[in-house]
Design a protein around this ligand. Sequence first.
Ligand SMILES: [Zn+2]
Length: 322
Amino acid sequence: MSTMRRIPVSHFANGEAVCLYIHEIVGKKGKGPVLGISGAIHGNEPTGTYVIREIAKHYADGDFRGRLWLLPVANPLAFQANKRVTPVDGQNLNRVFPGKAQGMFTDLLAAKIKSEFLDHLEAYLDFHTGTDRPTVDYTYVHNALDLSRAFGTRYLFRPQADRAGPVFNGTSKAVTTARGVPSVTIELGGGVVDQGPYIARGVEGIKNCMRTLKMDTAPPSPPMAQTVLGAIPTIFPTQGGFLYTEAPPLGEEIAGGKVLGRVVSPYTFKELEVIKNPIKRGVMILSHLTPNLVEPGDYGYMVGDLEGAEKLPGVKPKTGRR
Ligand SMILES: [Zn+2]
């Protein structure tokens, strides 16, 4: 049985209520965990929202164990504006958890997501993408290696103290991991490319997570050969303009010193910057797959460091699976 809750967060001065929509699908096959899946915590990352819609359709008849809690759009204002941050206060929702009962709008939003969603979960998947320009492909390992592996990206990232990589405070998963809830942050898709293949992979990945959690009663696919990275430096352009990528596709290796991309002025057509790979033995994790307009400090590239990375044995990934 599927129900939907509409939870008002606040009213704006134009009189409109801003609401969260949380779907609950109760499995009819018996007991199992409450699995929460959230999308669009960053408003310019809608791929997860498409994936969650497909998951809602696939499991609509309750043919699983436990309960599914779906939050397709965690930040409706940022989603409407196609922005990473909330337009009304400029805050990044994924840096302000657990939120505040009294604070800026994004603080109120985080507090509501915590009390109405995160606090009730027994397993948690949070879906991010590379945003509307770059494309990304990896999964975080927080506290549930088997669940992170089950999603099925070739590269995983376990944040390590003193090593470069995306490690942040105030994320939604900080709320769930503090209670010991198995939690996975997914980073897949985005960019000015067809999201269809990424949506398909996202849906398959979540189904396999649900099999691993014994919610979906089909057997999980055998673990695939994967690599756990301990460092993924982000390389930011220092010049704004058109960014033309020369790096290999996502998931492929790149040697130190090779050109990742070039920034060219749309005004003078002059080359403003050559961005080179600083990692001796790198692997492409985030990239601009089309020529895109960038600002200084935008996400340019993320290159995983294969030195000291941990190889996990398993079946070879299918060709083209990145
Ligand atoms: Zn994100």
